[in-house]
Design a protein around this ligand. Structure first.
Ligand code: SDX
Length: 429
């Protein structure tokens, strides 16, 4: 049913009682039946495990049409932003709702550039992790601890303090991420260089070796900037919904984003990009592709094609289409012939011809090809989801800011279907 075909209200009859429920419409997308009064009027809750059919909030940030494979950031198609914008401009757009003027962008870029440093105490924090700590474990801990450095500027009723917290998170996550990587390889940490742009500054902090200057390849910065644009936001995905749920309790933004990082880590979500590379390595050769597809169809196997399927997209994930094209370009420009790309392409081809995947509308998602590019840029597999987190920080802080100003803001508190024991007495001794 389209927006304008939907009625203004629907009638639900429970045990002979008719209840009128209002229908809410947005600018685009599915109309929503407002059910807040259902328990009082009928004594019933609704049940929707995984919230596949439930709108948790109103938001003007990102729109997805899963059937058509459409993704809009503040109304701009992802294809146009990918072709013509840059990550920092997209971060501004997500946060503020409009593309920045030149002066607005200059101020935003200066604000971000001048907040990239970590407090020196972070060094001893990082030093406390084992060298083989997963960088996502380090990132969760470091971001959660950020509030301890800024406890004097956490008045969430002050819009400027909210804005600065968002700026600090966008600015410092790359610095912390690079520090996690340097710790894992035993290299000294690198301070952010203000004379470099956002992505180049991150690559410098990641790869600059003490022994000599880093040769930054333009194709690497361009590819990473584009991947950051594509990963910046995605409506009410699991990690963004986590940020909002934590934010609904009034927790500080650093705790909210740390919770978002924790949610993103799972292999069903942002951790899929790391899992895809491990899956492609396990398949090893195009000749084993069909057996992988067969395993993924066998429920008993517990094996899924990582990087395939999506809760919302029942068509191609538009980001996957862009990344697939970029993968070929980046590997060509870097002169890399990665056999994994061949395995990935054969796997995609086999799955998209197979009824199991076609019937379930399982297409490659954003995570299917991105790891091949990260690998080509020299980023280790364990850092792939950290890359996702750097980009998604822009979306997380934008949703947090939007939530803080939402007139319908209230603590999130879902209900349940209780399946435990009815009341029973403690046995007499
Ligand atoms: C991200 O939400 C977002 O927007 C997320 C994200 C973002 O930008 O924030 O887009 C980023 O998380 C992308 C998704 C990355 N995850 C993966 O690639 C992991 C592999 N994919 C799946 O686990 C799965 O597809 C999900 C988690 C992505 C979606 O799961 P759903 O919507 O709960 O789908 P489902 O598990 O109910 O599956 C429906 C059917 C099932 O079979 P039947 O019970 O109908 O027989 O499809 C099957 C599933 O078994 N299926 C798969 C499959 N994904 C779903 N079978 C094999 N391989 C897969 N990858």
């Amino acid at each position: 049913m389209s927006q304008n075909e939907s009625p203004d209200q629907v009638t639900l009859t429970v045990a002979g009682n008719a209840v009128e429920l209002p229908v809410q419409r947005g600018t685009l997308g599915n109309p929503c039946i407002e059910i807040a009064k259902l328990p009082k009027a009928t004594g019933c809750f609704t049940y929707d495990p995984g919230f596949g059919a439930t709108a948790s909030c109103k938001s003007a940030i990102t729109y997805i049409d899963g059937e058509e494979g459409v993704l809009l950031y503040r109304g701009y198609p992802i294809e146009q932003l990918a072709a013509r914008s840059n990550f920092l401009e997209v971060a501004y757009l997500l946060m503020n709702g409009e593309l920045p003027t030149q002066d607005e962008f200059a101020r935003f870029e200066s604000d971000v550039t001048h907040h990239t440093m970590m407090h020196e105490a972070f060094k001893s924090f990082i030093g406390g992790f084992r060298h083989d700590a997963h960088p996502m474990a380090m990132l969760v801990g470091m971001l959660g601890s950020m509030a301890s450095f800024y406890h004097n500027t956490l008045d969430l009723d002050d819009p400027e303090q909210r804005r600065m917290a968002a700026i600090r998170l966008i600015a410092k996550v790359p610095t912390i991420a690079a520090a996690c990587y340097r710790h894992s390889i035993g290299w000294p940490l690198r301070y952010p260089r203000n004379n470099l742009e956002y992505v180049e500054r991150f690559l410098h902090m990641m790869f600059e070796v003490p022994a000599g200057p880093l040769e930054l390849k333009p194709v690497a910065a361009r590819a990473l900037d584009l991947l950051f644009i594509l990963h910046a936001d995605h409506e009410q995905n699991a990690s963004t919904s986590t940020v909002r749920l934590v934010g609904s309790t009034g927790a500080n933004p650093y705790a909210c984003v740390a919770a978002g990082v924790a949610a993103l880590w799972g292999p069903a979500h942002g951790g899929a990009n790391e899992a895809v590379l491990k899956m492609l390595a396990e398949i090893g050769d195009a000749k084993h592709v069909q057996s992988a597809v067969d395993r993924a169809k066998d429920k008993e196997s517990g094996f899924r094609l990582m990087g395939f399927g999506h809760r919302v997209y029942k068509n191609f994930d538009p980001r996957a289409t862009i990344i697939r094209e970029m993968t070929h370009k980046v590997l060509d420009e870097l002169g890399i012939d990665d056999p994994m790309l061949e395995v990935a392409m054969r796997l995609e081809e086999a799955a998209l011809k197979d009824d199991y995947f076609v019937q379930r509308k399982l297409y490659p998602n954003v995570d299917f090809y991105s790891g091949i590019i990260y690998k080509a840029l020299g980023i280790p597999t364990e850092m792939f989801t950290v890359m996702f987190a750097i980009a998604r920080t822009a979306g997380w802080v934008s949703h947090w800011l939007e939530q803080q100003e939402d007139p319908e803001f209230r603590i999130g508190r879902p209900r349940q279907i209780y399946t435990g024991h009815a009341t029973r007495d403690y046995p007499a001794k």
